[in-house]
Each structure stands twice: as C-alpha cells, then as structure tokens.
Design a protein around this ligand. Structure first.
Ligand SMILES: Cc1cc2nc3c(=O)[nH]c(=O)nc-3n(C[C@H](O)[C@H](O)[C@H](O)COP(=O)(O)OP(=O)(O)OC[C@H]3O[C@@H](n4cnc5c(N)ncnc54)[C@H](O)[C@@H]3O)c2cc1C
Length: 500
C-alpha cells in the first residue's frame, strides 16, 4: 500500500500543535500530529501558571505583543466551542515603591496603546478588593480581561476535536530524523487542492516514517533540535529552557486571593505570582532559572524558598501549611526573546513555531491563526469543510445537579462509584476518559482529564484503583500501567502475579 502523503505534519502536541491541528481540521487537508510523549500536553503545556494574560506586558512591536492581545480576545469563544472552562478572574499588577509605580505608568501606556481595558487604583482600594494584599502595596493596575484555564485539558479537547474531524495523532513516537526534499513517488494524492511547495519531508521516528509537504515544528524546548535535524546542521536559534517552580495550595473555600496578583515585571519576566486556579487551588510561583537540561523539571528547596519570600512581597497570609504539591515547568525560551513563527529561509514548507515561552498559552489561538492565515497563506489552499463535528465535553459529576447525577447513575451505576475522595471523580468518569477519541492511557492521563490525583492526597488513595481500571479497560497487565512515560513504572511484580 502506498504511503499517505500528508499535507501537514505537526511535530509536538502541546497547546501550540493542538491549536494548529484543531484549526486545520476544519479545512480540507490531511494532517498528522506526532508527539514523543504518551499523551497530549505533557511538555510546557502541562506545567505553567495557566493564565490568559491580558497582553500589556510584551515589548512593543513583537509577535508576542500582537498575538497575546489577539489570543486573549479569542479565548472565551474558543473555550466555549470546545466545551472547556474559562474564568475571567481579573488581575492586579501591584507596586510597592516609586520605582514600581513608574513601571505601572509604562504598563498603563502600553495597555492604552493596545486597547486593553484597565483600572488604575490606589493601594487601599486594591486591599479593599483583595484583603490579603501586602500592606506595602501603594498602587495597582487592574486588568479585568485576564483569565485562567485548565491548559492541558484545553489542549486535549482541541486534539479530540482534531482527531474526530480527521487528523491522525501518533503518540509515543519521538522524531529522530527529518530528511528534507525527498520525493516519495508512490505517495497517494493529498486532500488539499494546491500546496505550492516543491519540498517534501520524510519525518522519521523509531517506529515509522511519514511523508509530508509541510512540516510545522511545534516541539517546545526541542524545536531547535528538530530544526537542526531537517537542516542537517545547527539551527540558527537555540533554546535554553528557563525553569519555573511552584507551590500548589489545597482547594480552599476562601482562597487567599480571588484575582491573579503580579508584582511589577522585571528583567527576568513577570515575577512570582499568586494565582487562583479553575479548581480553587492557589499556585505560588514561578521563578525563572536558565537550565541546560531540557528534561530538568525538578524543584529545589533553595528556589522554592526564594519563591516563598518573593510572594510575601505582594500577598500576606499565604497558607503554606496547605501546600499539597510542588512542580516545575520549562519555558522554551531562546532566539532574541520573541516568538519565532516563520517559514525557514532554507527549507521551503518547513515552518518553525519556536521559542514559544510565556505568553505562549495566552497567545496559542492567535499563533494558530497567524500560522494558517499568514505563514501558510500561499502554501496551503485548503477550503473549509461543511461538516465539522464538535466533541462531547468530559463528564464531571461534581458539576451536575442532583437530578442530573441521579439520571447518570440510573443509566450506568459506575457513575455512582466514587474512586477519588478528593475530586469525587467516579469510575464512570474515568472509563469515559479512557474510552474517548484521545483517551487516557496512563495514570497521569486520567488525572489530567478527570482529576484523580489532583487533590489533597495526590493519588494516595485512588491511584491503585486507577491502575486497576486502566489495566482492565486497556486489556493489559497491571504491571504494564505507567504513570506517564514508559520509564515511570508503578508495579514491579512479575507479569500475572501482581495484585493490588
Ligand atoms: C513556568 C511556566 C509558566 C508559564 N506560565 C504561562 C502563563 O501563565 N500564560 C502563558 O500564556 N504562558 C505561560 N507559559 C508558557 C506556556 O506554557 C508555553 O508557551 C506553552 O505551553 C508552549 O506550548 P508548546 O505547545 O509550544 O510546547 P510544549 O507544550 O512544550 O509542547 C511541545 C511538544 O513537543 C513534543 N516533542 C518534543 N520533541 C519531540 C520529538 N523529537 N518528537 C516528537 N515530539 C516531540 C513534546 O513531547 C511536547 O509535547 C509558562 C511556561 C512555564 C514553563
């Protein structure tokens, strides 16, 4: 059988690759997404502050500024379309001295220039609205259009829709080499009508090889390596990850803040924030530390103590006795500090979407729009489809009324079988998460979609049950169930001998 010729091969299924795949799935073209991880959104998209920044921060004239502002405006509608959650929780940027107040003047000017809504308020007014703001705060800018999402579920939801609408997704496949300009004679006809590039790419993984006319490099911290593979020599940009570390505080009825609290930005970025989450936890972080290792998602005691001290500069009474987890994410930072979103000067049809550090999440819908409507404008003529199908949102019993819950349990008693004491996720919800189009295949995959492991006990009680459900549902031995990657073994008894 002839190989499929893909119109577009996207490398990377983080928020960037997922948005592009989703938006291309609305058009007549043949798209493949490849990711080395076992699930969508296991890179930077898994570990960040989850903020849809308003867009006042990036330097004027940058892609970051343009795409952040546009992305922020696009989010509420996109999130509604894919059945996910978005909360416009608003944000304060606070100054504690005259130097900080001058920076607020600049931010207010940028906000006006970009038509971003803001309010300039005194420290006392800010404290009236957020009683736990530090007594040192003398002035604040409020940005009401700042929002929060659940980033990995946004990416998963986008990819579900993409797959339902014809995109092919290959997980657990690491791209190891790319040959540029290789024409595969027996490739069958692609779906897009005219694709004006003479180049073809042979994208190789350890398991298979795929041919595509256009490659979109959305590989996060590895985007420089992926580009080097295609060029056959070093890329003209390099990515040095900047690690950000966080505390996660337990869900609280009255969280310490209801808005996001930013200090004034400094040379290393937006600073240490205090951030409410969609599930009423609080994130405190991140720091910003350049690291050489592209896998170094560890936390350190020294960095976390600095995070704690920095947060105390803007917010008091943070209940650090309620910390349930710490985590770190790696920003794919590099180049000259701006996003790199362009066709390679050397390789026709090779599109780098690289150096997508913050505000990459907030900008993602606009990045996708820019890639498809600007960068691919003359390369991919793919008309819109007439028959686009939307996904069904994840089932979340805790969000239903009692009548709705009873109806679900009446139809399937598994929805009445609580597996996770913290998030109250039921067996029915877990089974649904596994059986969906981009279903969970790992313990973290279940946690990301429906919650077991996110709560106070961090999986202490529910994880054995999740392992059992995954094994039964996927038809594998319990020892073959993984936390996330192939190396993350949970049970080690001999095959067939394991019992939980
Ligand atoms: C600490 C921190 C805080 C942040 N806070 C915010 C915020 O509040 N708001 C905001 O807007 N942005 C924020 N960001 C930035 C945001 O998280 C990123 O811009 C965004 O997640 C980047 O998404 P991506 O899809 O480009 O990359 P990733 O999510 O990293 O995805 C890249 C994918 O490529 C895959 N891949 C890599 N190499 C290969 C290969 N060889 N073969 C196959 N697949 C491969 C990876 O497995 C991964 O899934 C933050 C980032 C960090 C780290």
């Amino acid at each position: 059988m002839a190989d499929t010729l893909y119109d577009v091969i996207i490398i990377g299924a983080g928020i960037t690759g997922s948005f592009i795949a989703h938006d291309l799935s609305k058009r007549e073209c043949n798209v493949l997404v490849i990711d080395k991880a076992a699930d969508v959104a296991d890179g930077a998209t898994m570990a960040n502050s989850a903020i849809i920044h308003a867009g006042y921060d990036p330097a004027p004239g940058t892609l970051k500024a343009m795409l952040n502002v546009r992305g922020n405006r696009m989010y509420p509608e996109v999130i509604k379309e894919i059945g996910e959650e978005y909360r416009a929780c608003s944000a304060f940027v606070v100054a504690v001295d005259d130097g900080g107040s001058k920076i607020l003047d600049d931010l207010a000017l940028r906000a006006s220039d970009r038509d971003i809504e803001y309010r300039d308020i005194s420290g006392d007014e800010a404290r009236r609205l957020e009683p736990n703001l530090s007594d040192d705060v003398i002035r604040a800018l409020e940005f009401p259009t700042t929002g929060i999402v659940y980033p990995w579920n946004v990416a998963i939801a986008l990819m579900e829709e993409a797959v339902i609408n014809g995109v092919t997704l290959k997980l657990n496949e690491e791209v190891t080499d790319i040959e540029a300009g290789v024409f595969k004679e027996d490739a069958n006809t692609s779906k897009a009508e005219t694709v004006k590039t003479d180049s073809f790419y042979r994208v190789k993984t350890k398991r298979a090889e795929y041919t595509g006319r256009i490659v979109i490099n959305a590989a996060g911290v590895y985007a420089d390596k992926i580009y080097s593979m295609a060029l056959g020599h070093s890329a003209d940009f390099s990515i040095t990850p900047r690690r950000g570390e966080y505390y996660v505080l337990d869900e609280m009825e009255n969280p310490v803040v209801s808005r996001i609290i930013y200090p004034v930005p400094g040379p290393s970025g937006k600073g240490v924030l205090v951030v409410p989450t969609i599930h009423n936890n609080i994130l405190v972080g991140p720091n910003s530390l350049p690291v050489d290792d592209k896998e170094a998602v560890c936390t350190t005691t020294e960095a976390l103590s600095r995070v704690k001290a920095a947060a105390a500069g803007t917010v008091k009474n943070i209940p650090f006795d309620k910390v349930i987890r710490t985590f770190a994410g790696l920003r794919p930072s590099g180049g000259d500090g701006d996003f790199i979103i362009e066709e390679s000067a050397n390789l026709a049809g090779f599109i780098n979407v690289a150096c997508i550090d913050s505000p990459g999440l907030a900008s993602a819908p606009a990045i996708s729009e820019y890639v498809i409507e600007e960068v691919l404008k003359d390369k991919l003529k793919a008309p819109y489809k007439n028959d686009y199908v939307h996904r069904k949102p994840f089932i979340r019993m805790y969000m239903l009324s009692d009548e709705e819950k009873n109806e679900m349990v009446g139809k399937d008693p598994a929805f009445g079988e609580i597996v996770c004491r913290c998030t109250l996720a039921s067996k029915g919800e877990i089974l649904d998460a596994i059986r969906r189009p981009v279903g969970a295949t790992t313990v973290k995959g279940v946690k990301k979609r429906v919650g077991p492991g996110l709560g106070r006990c961090q999986g202490g009680f529910c994880e054995p049950h999740v392992v059992e459900i995954l094994a039964d549902e996927l038809g594998i031995d319990r020892t073959e169930v993984r936390y996330d990657s192939e190396a993350s073994v949970i049970l080690v008894e001999e095959k067939g001998a394991s019992r939980i």
